[in-house]
Design a protein around this ligand. Structure first.
Ligand code: FDA
Length: 584
């Protein structure tokens, strides 16, 4: 007999685990979450929070979304991405990032009701964790996962209580490994991976110092410092990252991965800070120093039977593009509703196979993109002449050469501008953040070919209701002046039917099929004199079906089926689709 029983056991209270717990509790599913430490993230770690993640928080509740904004540094403070020789030194170039460029900002505003922001993990984790616990999650800190065994009916997990040293077991119907980049759950579940761990060494130095005078006129989350010869690798690129504007910072600095991680004492840490800030007598308050490795590895299978892995347990990559915690929370949004439907007996277990089918390609995509983004610093180094020599004096001369009045220098200046502008694939890749189109048995085709991307799919989000894509955002309005996003009309643990005038048959069908399957299917007619009206025509332009057509949306905002016009027998048609998706 197990000591504790629950429906879902979650290992880890990071962004993935806490988000899963919050969603499951919101959906009314019993769950236990454990963390081997006594508390949550104690360093800021992930921070860039993209619109898709904010939509998950919004789905958890407007109060949750609003609290995130309250603690976040707003988007306007994020985007003057600076390349310089030190914060107090010479600026080499700048690019507008994270939706700061007016054209990019317009795309952000048109794409989502939610805003990108900078929310350090020290704020995100407590918010998700608190939401989970206040809605029913049982949390156990100082509790370490040791091993698990699964059988036909469930999983028995052995844990150790680190306060008493005693082992105990938890019996659950499903186990989720949200236990980070060294996931034991993934290892014990025998998940398959591609790639390599430990491709480069990095050091984080967290410190406090008021740096307003060097940064407030060019507000950014990232300041890239290039100092030839300043480290073993030669180029000496360091990152000064804003944690709290403008008094708390994190420096990321490399170390030689072929050597053991360095012991960094306070004096060493202060020297790195002073060098990168460029103020020799700066008195930073060093708060913490840690080392970590750059990884390039993703799971090709994210589940085995009743065991699922998510977050860093499944995708391990550098912080480039700010995809770590975002993807973790989005994994949770994909899996949680599926578990809820299966556990409530509303779906067959085959629905759970779609988690891996849908999220493993995302894992590969983001790991590949994040590592490519590191390589894409190469052209900047090249343009500055930092790759032509390992002699710091020569490297400095090469950098200085860009100021000359020669044809070669003009060419060099153009190359520097281009190489910095090309970093848009790391610092403003809206398509990478928003363009996920799922293919699985939980998506039913309408027979239409996938729409090709008309712009660069990594840079630009392209809305479509093609089944598998995220529902496009459009504002709709009610008679009392309320405005809501189409994303607000959907989600919240339910399937939703969106239709227009002439599509009332779909509303009837939603009721009838919902009754038959024992689930609530939300349904809205959007049009004149209906509860929700499309005064601007934005929804009509986005929906890609006629007024009497249907867009069927899953609880995670992804379109799972659509039809151009009303069917001859809407009940039969909706029943066919819903039973296929739910494996009923
Ligand atoms: P995460 O690692 O956050 O959480 C894992 C959880 O599992 C923790 O609660 C842990 O205690 C628990 N756990 C592990 N093993 C366990 C066991 N055996 N038993 C019980 N509990 C166990 N990303 C980014 O985008 N920008 C950045 O600047 C950084 N910087 C950064 C610095 C450092 C030091 C780290 C460690 C990581 C980053 N990251 C980052 C990565 C980012 O933090 C990461 O992508 C997300 O935290 C992933 O969230 P997860 O919930 O998947 O794992």
């Amino acid at each position: 007999m197990a000591d504790i029983t629950t429906d879902v056991l979650i290992i880890g209270t990071g962004p993935a685990g806490s988000a899963t717990a919050a969603l499951l509790s919101t959906y009314g599913i019993e769950n236990v979450v454990i963390n081997r430490y006594r508390w949550l993230a104690n360093t800021p770690r992930a921070h860039i929070t993209n619109q898709r993640t904010m939509e998950v928080l919004r789905d958890l509740g407007r109060d949750v979304e609003d609290e995130a904004y309250m603690f976040a540094a707003e988007q306007d403070l994020m985007g003057e991405n600076v390349f310089c020789t030190s914060l107090a030194g010479e600026e080499i170039g700048r690019m507008k990032s994270w939706g700061k460029h007016p054209l990019s900002r317009a795309e952000h505003q048109l794409s989502s009701p939610s805003h990108m922001n900078d929310l350090p993990q020290t704020f995100m984790e407590p918010l998700l964790f608190k939401t989970a616990c206040s809605r029913g999650t049982q949390a156990r800190m100082s509790t370490e996962y040791i091993s698990h065994q699964q059988d036909a009916d469930g999983v028995t997990t052995t844990c150790v209580d680190r306060l008493t040293g005693k082992e105990f077991t938890i019996r659950s119907k499903y186990l989720i490994g949200a236990d980070g980049g060294n996931s034991k759950v993934a290892e014990h579940a025998g998940l398959t991976f591609e790639g390599k761990m430990g491709v480069a060494g990095s050091m984080n130095i967290l410190f406090e110092a008021d740096l307003s005078r060097y940064v407030a006129h060019r507000p950014s989350v990232l300041y890239w410092v290039l100092q030839p010869g300043a480290d073993v690798g030669g180029i000496g690129m360091g990152l000064v990252r804003m944690v709290r504007p403008w008094h708390e910072w994190l420096i990321v600095w490399g170390y030689d991965i072929n050597q053991p991680p360095p012991e960094v004492d306070e004096a060493h840490a202060k020297k790195v800070v002073r060098d990168l800030v460029g103020v020799p007598d700066l008195e930073p308050r060093i708060k913490q120093v840690s080392t970590w490795t750059v990884n390039n590895m993703y799971a090709t299978t994210m589940s085995n039977g009743r065991v699922f892995c998510m977050g860093d347990a499944a995708h391990r990559h550098p912080p480039s593009n700010g995809l770590g915690s975002n993807t973790s929370i989005q994994d949770a949004f994909n899996l949680a509703w599926k578990l809820a439907f299966v556990l409530k007996g509303k779906a067959g277990s085959k629905l759970l196979d779609s988690y891996c089918a849908e999220r493993a390609p995302v894992a590969k995509q983001i790991v590949t993109r994040a590592n490519k983004s590191i390589e894409e610093f190469g052209p900047i180094f090249k343009a500055l002449g930092l790759l032509d020599s390992i002699d710091p004096v020569k490297m400095q001369q090469n950098m200085d050469a860009r100021c000359n009045n020669t044809a070669a220098a003009e060419e060099q200046r153009a190359a520097i501008r281009k190489s910095i502008a090309d970093k848009v694939y790391e610092f403003d890749a809206h398509g990478v953040e928003m363009n996920q189109r799922y293919r699985s048995d939980a998506i039913v085709t309408d027979g239409q070919a996938e729409p090709a991307f008309t712009k660069d799919a990594e840079l630009h989000y392209q809305p479509t209701t093609w089944p598998g894509a995220r529902l496009p955002h459009a504002w709709v309005f009610s008679g009392d002046g309320t405005k809501a996003s189409t994303l607000d009309l959907t989600g919240h643990g339910k399937f939703t039917v969106l239709t227009g005038i002439g599509g009332e048959g779909w509303i009837e069908a939603a009721r009838a099929v919902g009754r038959e399957l024992g689930i609530e299917i939300a349904a809205h007619v959007i049009g004149p004199r209906q509860h929700w009206q499309d005064f601007s025509g934005d929804w009509a332009n986005a929906r890609e079906v006629r007024d009497s057509g249907i867009v069927l949306v899953r609880p995670d905002h992804h379109v799972c089926w659509r039809s151009d016009v009303i069917a001859a027998d809407p009940v039969a048609e909706l029943y066919r689709v819903m039973t296929a998706i739910l494996d009923k």
